[in-house]
Write a protein that binds this ligand. Sequence first.
Ligand SMILES: *Cc1c(COP(=O)(O)O)cnc(C)c1O
Length: 419
Amino acid sequence: MRFDASERLYARARRLLPGGVSSPVRAISPFPFYTARAEGPYLWDADGNRFIDYCLAYGPMILGHRHPEVMRRVAEQMERGWLYGTPTEIEVEAAARISGLYPAMQMMRFVSTGSEATMAALRIARGCTGKDRIVKIEGGFHGAHDSVLIKAGSGATTHGVPDSRGVPADTAKNTLQVPYNDLEAMDDVLKEGGIAAVIMEPVLGNIGPILPDKGYLDGVRKITRERDVLLIFDEVITGFRLSLGGASQLYRIEPDLTTLGKIIGGGFPIGVVGGSSDLMEMVSPSGGVYQAGTFNGSPIPLAAGMATLDVLEAGELSDLNAAGDRLRSALSQVVEDLGLGYSVTGIASMFKVFFGPSPRNYQEALACDKDGYLRFFRRMLEAGIFLTPSQYETDFLSAAHGVDVIDITVEAFASCLKG
Ligand SMILES: *Cc1c(COP(=O)(O)O)cnc(C)c1O
């Protein structure tokens, strides 16, 4: 494979964009490939190389690229205009539909990104409880804003230290962290008091998929209720993926606030925050928690999202999840035959080969051979398969990945994992 055009673009990009990219995860070493177009399960780069895409824009593209129904509905909306700055019918329809799938979201606010959704959820929680402190899970990711850009520590409970320059220490100190799958640590920190909310990804998606132990999410729900702390499920990855009603539906948990994004914009920018009417009535203009945005409820993402939902609902989601099960079991067999102590994790359309035993939390995930993974990532890329470029990002399967594509992928895993 030749990457001349990408290498040239990267040389220019490095002078114009910090690190040569628009978001840090894209800075693949020694240089990223530059995508020129996409279709179904494939990306083509500026040099004409074709890759089977398991990154899928880090989650939104659950139907694959250029799904005809999404294109049709976006084109229809384009004909009527794409931004009005007024209320629209589609936001009412979308809210009713989402509320039907996520009964805990009696009311919601549409925003433009998942980061904005979690930022609003935390403000609502703080505004409603009058408390400042929040708890997050180590290794959990909720976007790139001050309250959640907090370093993961190594103790049972860690007190907030900024994970980025520019995050005020005064902000960081209000974010406490506990390990995933550890109810005792969670209860210990909730006992301290002064806590508005626990925010968590029900299935950790941003350090590779890590699943909840049996009873863990129920336990979190129970102790947050007992301690009068709001529970925020960040379903930006799991929403419309684990089931149409997300992790809340799959694990039968009723969070106080829910954040959605990625899939529900059909590949266009979106975020949603919602909860009970009592909590959401606190949001401006009905209440005193301020939230606003030029692009809130933008019709194109909603049209793309509703089209995506229609396709998923018509049977694609259950087919996709079954394909995910088959892929994971094929990969598990490959990994077992190899005998290197690697593991395959995931659920629904999320998967990852961990270069080490299957982790239960962030600290265990850190023990994996992440440099070995990066060398493997390169070999896969040369074999025409684009995985997420880190041991700690989930790989995704889309509805556009057919049996033939998956078979090629499993074979590539078998030969590239050997080294
Ligand atoms: C991607 C992601 C976000 C941030 O969403 P953006 O649209 O990138 O701002 C928040 N939470 C989770 C769990 C995510 O995976």
